[in-house]
Design a protein around this ligand. Structure first.
Ligand code: ADP
Ligand code: MG
Length: 488
């Protein structure tokens, strides 16, 4: 066990709330768009006016089924909605509708990549559908609190993992992978800044082999950075507490990102009694085998499958494949570029992957852009790589062409022509330059011949400089070797 912290095993289970990507709410036709004016997307049903009845949004059901396949789970033919009763100003009906007893998906799993390159399966207990609540706003007025019900009734999926993670790193990898899968299948945008992916983290510690310790639940974490910080803080707090003889009580805590600490919110003793019961206004959700099969047959390629295919089809290393499949657009761009290269993918794919991962990502980072915001067509990267493969330019010159291309969005071929960057392949031209360099530096030649081998680099540098960087490096090396070693 290499994950122990001072002899303690860390046990983590996550409850992830992802907003289901649908046009309208779970039980009403109000829109779900982010950023609309407060209370502009609220129907009578969302405001819990008397007599309003829910109408189930079938698109949300389909999205949950897709997500179920995405995590290799079991889709339950029968699921059911229950009322979870509690009183809070942003919950006008006094209950949240959720699938407590019979979730739509059970028993999934997600594979995560560990630091040492190995893989680990994290089991998932269930995915259930539920409504989001409204939002209380306390900072607009010194006297009043305001309520925005736009989120009231927005469909959420709660994805509950087993307590299978053993470090904050694994927890972060799990959320990243889950997010990737949900985005790939279009079931959720998983945008943490917009609050459409939120994490409740459960954490306990134990000595290896002991039974699970009491867990603490940290509510509503809205960034991966905060997830890491909250878990690390809690690991330290729990170890120190137990080692000094205290007991960890089961409680709910909040993470304060300003000071990087967690604080107690409520203990299990004051846990609400939710009085769950089946919602009498909603029938059980009964799925036909055909509907489930149809969704299954139309599932898009998932990230792990894409990764395997990239490795096999394009012979790229796994480390490259992992980066390329991280988001679907990058993966699609990569494939588009490989297809547009005039060389076979076995020749071009590795180089194209490299240029995307190193050079393209660097300029995107610098400009704070995402890949779908690049100004030049992705095929230009293939064109640039083709120029390297057919030896029109060297890899070094290609960097100059690339940065010019990123600035001007011109074809790499045109840039090479306009700037006169075509590689010099003509041996006689190179030989002439090399001979001049050697003639100019008799002292260095003598030292080299006396055994100072590192001076070879000096001659390469001087020759390349004289050739304005355009000499074919292999030919320059070969000619220098020939001449310098002639009379050794
Ligand atoms: P509840 O219904 O009280 O919320 P669950 O059994 O559904 O409890 O667990 C909620 C989450 O807590 C799950 O993600 C689960 O993996 C995690 N969990 C359960 N026990 C522990 C534990 N001892 N330590 C850490 N996480 C745990
Ligand atoms: Mg729970």
């Amino acid at each position: 066990m290499d994950n122990l912290v001072r002899g303690w095993e860390i046990v983590i289970g996550l409850e992830v709330h992802a907003q289901v990507l649908t046009k309208s709410k779970l039980f009403s036709s109000s829109p779900t768009n982010f950023g609309a004016d407060p209370n502009s997307q609220v129907s009578f049903y969302d405001a819990a006016m008397p007599g309003m009845l829910p109408v189930l949004n079938e698109q949300a059901i389909d999205q949950a089924i897709k997500s179920g396949f995405g995590i290799k789970g079991t889709i339950n033919r029968i699921s059911r909605f229950d009322r979870k009763n509690y009183f809070y100003p942003d919950l006008p009906s006094g209950y949240q509708i959720s699938q407590f007893y019979h979730p739509i998906v059970s028993n999934g799993k997600i594979e995560i990549d560990l630091k040492d390159g190995s893989k680990k399966l994290i089991n998932i207990e269930r995915i259930h559908l539920e409504q989001d609540a409204g939002k209380s706003i306390h900072d607009l007025s010194p006297e009043f609190s305001y309520i925005d019900l736009n989120r009231s009734g927005v469909p959420l999926m709660e994805i509950v993992s087993k307590p299978d993670m053993r470090s904050s790193y694994e927890a972060i990898q799990y959320v990243k992978k889950l997010r990737m899968i949900l985005r790939y299948i279009g079931a959720s945008d998983c945008n943490m800044e917009q609050g459409n992916l939120r994490v409740d983290a459960n954490i306990s510690i134990r000595k290896p082999g002991d039974k699970f310790g009491n867990r603490v639940e940290i509510k509503n974490i809205n960034s991966l950075k905060f997830l890491g910080q909250a878990l690390e803080y809690e690991i330290e707090r729990q170890i120190i507490a137990i080692e000094s003889g205290e007991k960890i009580i089961q409680e709910t805590r909040l993470f304060d990102s300003n000071c990087g600490e967690t604080r107690s919110m409520r203990s299990k003793e004051d846990a609400a009694d939710y009085r769950y019961f089946p919602d009498p206004d909603l029938k059980p959700v009964i799925l036909s085998q055909e509907r489930i099969e149809q969704i299954k047959n139309n599932m898009p390629e998932l990230p792990d499958e894409k990764k395997q295919r990239f490795i096999k089809e394009y012979s790229i290393p796994e480390s490259d494949a992992i980066v390329l499949i991280e988001d679907k657009t990058t993966a699609n761009y990569f494939e588009k570029a490989v297809k547009s290269s005039k060389f076979e993918s076995i020749k071009s794919a590795k180089l194209i992957a490299n240029w995307i991962i190193v050079e393209l990502f660097a300029i995107l980072n610098k400009d704070g852009k995402t890949i779908d915001e690049i100004d030049f067509p992705i095929e230009y990267i293939a064109e640039l790589v083709d120029l390297i493969i057919d030896k029109t330019i060297s890899g070094k010159i290609a960097k100059i062409v690339f940065s010019k291309m990123a600035d001007t969005c011109e074809h790499p071929t045109k840039i090479v022509k306009d700037l006169g960057l075509v590689q010099i392949q003509d041996e006689s031209v190179i030989k002439k330059v090399v001979e001049e360099i050697i003639a100019k530096h008799p002292d260095q030649v003598a030292q080299y011949k006396a055994g100072k081998d590192q001076l070879f680099g000096f001659f390469v540098g001087q020759s390349m400089k004289a050739l304005q960087g355009k000499g074919n490096p292999e030919i320059v090396n070969k000619i220098l070797m020939d001449i310098l070693n002639q009379s050794l």
